[in-house]
Design a protein around this ligand. Structure first.
Ligand SMILES: Nc1nc2c(ncn2[C@@H]2O[C@H](COP(=O)(O)OP(=O)(O)OP(=O)(O)O)[C@@H](O)[C@H]2O)c(=O)[nH]1
Length: 381
């Protein structure tokens, strides 16, 4: 019995060993595949169907990344002075509020009238217009007797407006008869904001739906042409420029010729304002104007004047007025001065209306001048 048992165990063990040997001989082999997340050649690029090129996530060619700058769409010029009236705060507190306070006093003795006169003179209203205003105010106050603050304000409003003269034609001549462009010549001393004003004006005209060519005839200051180019590029105005220290008249001529060829609405020519001698200035500006007039009439000569320069600026303005026939004034930096009265004196001195006012450094801070909005801003509404 024991012999049979031993034989049975031996047979079973032998069968088990044979089965184990067969399993190890025929077990399936592990396949040599990369892990699922092993990156492919090309830093994560996917293999394209039917080909080995890796393109999907490679950066596109450099030229595709360079997009032309988007043109800005400037706002139209209408209503700008209303939007910017708070910028006259400094003139409002000294000129407007100062006068209102004095004029609202119960008793107006000579001393008070002297103070009124002084306030007007200090605000650059000018001697002639100040005398005229004080005289008229004295008569009206005598007739009126005691005044409520509203009446005092009404009197001042009336007198300031009379001196500024709302009847003057302040239209900028930007529409020429026939199919030629209107030509605007911008003149003034360097540093008054001439180039800035030319750029702002181009924006404003484009905002009003016009097409513009700019002529960088200030060849005296190299940076002026670059500055104008930047203004033009932002809003899509073509800028015609010449070689540094080249002939300004030749640039002006080319700009007008370009404007005619491109059939644009307006050509604005920025000139250099070298004031070393009156004869030199006269020669230069006279030549620019004469050369332009070979192609088109000059419709507007805009004098740029810095409101903060007071009497000095006024003297410079007079020299320009003697040299060219100024048709309008652009008064810049009116936001940075308490001397808003310069609007009155410059018109009186030059006999030309203020057509545009600069009320800040922003690109859209140039406004068509509106006498009523100006006076109301001075007196506070
Ligand atoms: N606050 C204020 N700044 C202004 C105004 N107009 C121009 N400016 C600034 O005055 C600074 C000096 O301008 P300018 O030195 O006259 O330079 P420009 O405009 O190139 O003038 P040109 O030298 O004549 O070409 C610039 O930073 C302008 O932004 C304005 O109405 N208000």
């Amino acid at each position: 019995m024991d012999g049979y048992l031993v034989i049975t165990i031996v047979v079973i063990l032998a069968a088990l060993l044979a089965a184990g040997g067969l399993f190890f001989m025929y077990r399936p082999k592990a396949r040599n595949l990369p892990p699922v997340d092993t990156p492919l050649v090309g830093g994560g690029a996917e293999e394209e169907e039917g080909g080995g090129t890796t393109t999907a996530t490679l950066p596109p060619p450099a030229e595709e990344l360079v997009r032309p700058p988007e043109l800005e769409v400037p706002p139209p010029s209408a209503g700008r002075m209303v939007r910017l009236r708070a910028r006259l705060a400094r003139s409002q507190s000294t000129l407007g509020r100062g006068l209102l306070e004095l004029l609202s006093r119960d008793r107006l003795d000579d001393e008070a009238w002297d103070e009124i006169e002084e306030t007007l003179i200090t605000a650059d209203v000018g001697v002639g217009p100040t005398r005229a205003m004080v005289e008229e105010l004295r008569t009206r106050v005598k007739v009126l007797g005691s005044r409520t603050p509203a009446e005092a304000r009404g009197l001042l409003r009336e007198q300031l407006l009379a001196q500024i003269n709302p009847e003057l034609d302040r239209t900028l001549h930007t529409s020429a008869p026939g199919d030629r462009p209107a030509v605007l010549l911008v003149v003034g001393v360097n540093g008054t904001g001439k180039t800035t004003t030319t750029g702002k004006l181009a924006r404003s005209l484009i905002g009003d739906g016009k097409t513009v060519v700019l002529g960088a005839a200030d060849t005296f200051r190299a940076a002026a042409a670059d500055q104008l180019q930047t203004w033009g590029d932002r809003v899509g105005a073509t800028v015609v420029r010449g070689p540094e220290a080249g002939d300004p008249a030749s640039v002006a001529f080319d700009a007008v010729a370009r404007g005619i060829a491109d059939k644009v609405d307006v050509v604005i020519v920025d000139t250099a304002g070298r004031l070393h001698t009156k004869t030199g200035l006269m020669d230069e500006l006279g030549k620019v104007k004469r050369v332009i007039e070979k192609r088109a009439q000059v419709d507007e000569v805009l004098l740029v004047l810095d409101a903060t320069t007071g009497q000095n600026g006024m003297r410079q303005a007079q020299v320009f007025a003697e040299v060219v026939n100024i048709t309008g004034i652009a008064l810049t930096k009116l936001d940075g001065t308490a001397k808003g009265g310069i609007v009155i004196s410059v018109q009186r001195e030059l006999g030309v209306p203020v057509k545009l006012v600069g009320l800040g450094e922003g690109p859209d801070d140039l406004a068509p001048f509106d006498p009523e909005v100006f006076v109301d801003a001075l007196l506070g509404e």
